[in-house]
Structure formats: C-alpha cells, structure tokens
Ligand binder design. Structure first.
Ligand code: NAD
Length: 374
C-alpha cells in the first residue's frame, strides 16, 4: 500500500514522496545507463532489475542505487558488457567468474546456466564469483520459478565487512543475503533476505530521513545496541555520501546465533568455495564484489511434480490461514508481501523519497539525459 502521505504529482516534487509511473521510470533509468555507455540490452537489464526491487517494495535495492552504479561504472569499479567466464564445468555443476561485470548482466548468465543444467540433469549447482552488485537476490529465485525450478541462493559480498557475528561487536560478515524460490501454482514462495538484521541499504534510507531502524539493528563497539545510522556511518551531512568506513559500530546479524550461523555459511559457500573471497580480512582487495552459490532442483525430474504442487499449495494456504496474533495483520507466506506491493505499484506508481529522485535527476543531468515529461 502507498503511504498515506504519498502525493500523486507525476514527476513533480512532493512533500513526502514522488510518485513515478513504473514504465516511465524503467525507460528513464535505461536511458541513464545508455548514456553512461552500456548497450541497450544491458541498460534495460539494469533498469528492469532495479525497478523490480522497487516494485517488490525493497527500495533499498531499487533505483536509489542509480547514482552509485553510475559512479562505479565511471570509476572502472564495475565493467560494462562483460560475459561471465566458465572456470569449471562439471555438467551438473559449474563455476563462473563475473569479471566485475554488472551483477544484472553476469548473475542472469549464471542463473540461465543453472536452469539449463537443472532441466538437463534434474539438479544443478552453479557458483558465481567477482560479480558487480547483483541487487535483489529474490529476482533470480523468481527467474528459476518461472522455469518451474526450486532454487536456493547463498550470497556474500567479498571485501565488504559490515555485520557483527552473534556475541561480537566487531564487523566480520557482509550483509550476505539468502534466498529460496519454490514454484507453486498461483502462489510461489520467494524467501529473500539479508542475514544482517537490516540490509545496509535500509541504514542508508534511514540516514536520509526514511523509515527508522529498529532500535537494536546496530551495535556500538562497547556492546550498546543502537538504531542510529551514525553507528554505521559516523558523522555525515544531511545530503551527501555515506561511508560505512567512517563509523565505529556494526549492523547486527539477524536471529541471534541462528541467523549469524546462516551468514557464516553464506561467506563459506558464496565466498570461500567460489574463490571470490569472503568479507574479510580485506587488506588485499581493491573492490568489493558479490559471490553466489546457487542450487537448482527440478520437481519434474523427481517424478513428484504434481504431488508437490498440490501438497505444497495446500500447505501454504493452511499456514496462511493461521489465526493472526494481530487481527489487522494476516499470516503471510514468503513472497506474499512483495507480490501485493508489486500489484499496487504497477497500478499506482512507484513512491520515491524526494532525495532519491533528486539524486537520480542529478545523475541524469550529468549525462545529458532529460527528465521525462510527467
Ligand atoms: P526483509 O527483511 O524485508 O525480508 C524479506 C523477506 O521476508 C521476504 O521473503 C518476504 O516475503 C518476507 N516477509 C516480509 N514480511 C513478512 C511477513 N509479515 N510474513 C512472512 N514473511 C514476510 O528483507 P531484507 O533483509 O531487508 O533484504 C532486502 C533485499 O536486499 C533482499 O532482496 C536481498 O536480496 C537484498 N540484499 C542484497 C544484497 C547484495 O549484496 N546483493 C545484500 C543484502 C541484501
């Protein structure tokens, strides 16, 4: 649902939100990446992926990233037009090197390979290393769902150390997201979250005056819990860059020892096993990159697809029919919230914080791209 204070204005600035039509936003962001030097296909992939995160309600991984992505491209930190290189090919398993290409280009290549191999063998494991920021991981689980496959994705951010392990106050993990996609008729499941209590993007959003953090999301070096973005970013101006290197605290891992353990495994599987590297120690790295280890399973090959669909779907509906603890908040299945937000935003527009929209317009102007008509 749109926030009550959203203000429908086309492309004009609004007090709390700018509401932008999804199709226009997609075309505008694609034009920005075209102007930045990407070919049309890559520019479209990046814009559609970022917009997809907004449509799913994960604004921290949406078009707010445009200025940073363009800066990274201009700095040579992420490279346009890359094709992931096959490092190892064992048929039902493979390892790809993304060569620091855009995550929205090399991750889909890895996913496409995993899907093709799982459709051939019934199961596939594909590692990807040295990928530029791959964005919202649930997007890749959704691609596998469209192909009728279950998928599990362990992801880390090599060289990015932001999260304190359970019982610790120092940064050791990346925000290491984890995702599982399950194809079910009419109500697919998409579990997709950072293993940090909040994604770093949510700290960024809070520091820009957006949704406040939970009061225990961060931890100070002395062990005090905090919901203040300064714990992560140190001192910063109201408008301008945020640098986690300036803060002394850390984001906490979610779920106490259990979430912390899952983050640990993301670093092991997506970082150490793929050869892309873990979150740290970071001394030798020049750039951060995503690693991902993905498992694909074909229910059709298991010979139980019909039973799986029937039993899975009836189970989801039974769980969701559980009496809610709060009468106004029904029990949801993983992916329900994103599906509802997507339907709403496709129909009514994508709400963006004014600072986010202003940042995108600045980047567009710097590349000679005109703001689209409202
Ligand atoms: P989140 O805390 O919003 O959790 C989202 C998950 O919880 C979804 O599966 C959603 O369906 C489910 N969910 C939400 N409300 C629910 C409810 N009431 N009942 C049942 N299930 C519910 O997600 P997050 O940790 O903020 O992560 C946001 C995004 O950031 C993800 O898409 C993730 O992939 C992405 N991310 C990417 C990177 C990267 O390096 N590329 C790093 C960190 C996070």
């Amino acid at each position: 649902m749109l926030p009550a204070n959203a203000f429908r204005t086309g492309f004009r600035m609004a007090p709390a939100y700018v509401l932008v039509d999804a199709g226009k936003l997609d075309a505008f962001v694609a034009a920005i990446f075209r102007a930045a030097g990407c070919d049309a296909a890559e520019a479209g992939r990046i814009s559609t992926h970022l917009l997809g995160a907004n449509l799913a309600g994960h604004d921290s991984h949406g078009v707010a990233r445009v200025p940073r992505y363009v800066e990274w491209l201009q700095a040579g930190y992420v490279l346009k037009g890359q094709t992931a290189e096959v490092v190892t090919d064992g048929g039902c398993f493979a390892l790809l090197d993304g060569k620091f290409g855009f995550g929205q280009t090399v991750a889909p290549q890895a996913v496409e390979l995993g899907i093709a191999r799982a459709q051939q063998h019934g199961i596939a494991v594909v590692g990807l290393r040295n990928a530029g920021h791959i964005g919202r991981v649930g997007d890749y689980a959704e691609t596998a769902i469209r192909a009728g496959l279950i998928s599990v994705h362990f992801v880390n951010v090599a060289g990015s150390v932001l999260v304190a392990p359970f019982g610790g106050t120092e940064r050791r993990f990346s925000t290491a997201p984890f995702s599982v996609g399950v194809p079910l008729p009419g109500r697919p499941l998409v579990l997709d979250f950072a293993t940090s209590l909040v994604a770093e993007g949510k700290v960024l959003v809070a520091s820009n005056g957006g949704k406040a953090l939970p009061p225990d999301a961060l931890i100070e070096p002395d062990g005090r819990l905090s919901g203040d973005p300064h714990t992560l970013y140190g001192d910063y101006a109201q408008v301008g860059p945020r640098n986690p290197a300036n803060g002394k605290g850390a984001i906490r891992a979610f779920g106490e020892h259990k979430g912390s353990g899952l983050a640990f495994m993301c670093e092991m599987l997506a970082g150490a096993l793929t050869g892309g590297g873990t979150s740290g120690p970071v001394a030798a790295r020049t750039r951060i990159a995503n690693g991902m280890l993905s498992f694909y399973v074909s229910p059709r090959h298991f010979g139980t697809e019909a039973e799986f669909h029937a039993a899975g779907r009836s189970y989801v509906d039974w769980v969701a029919a559980c009496a809610p603890a709060d009468a106004g908040a029904p029990v949801l299945a993983p992916g329900d919230k994103e599906a509802a937000t997507r339907a709403d935003r496709l129909a009514n527009g994508v709400p963006l914080q004014p600072d986010t929209w202003a940042g995108i317009l600045d980047t567009a102007r710097s590349l000679g791209v005109n703001e689209p008509p409202g």
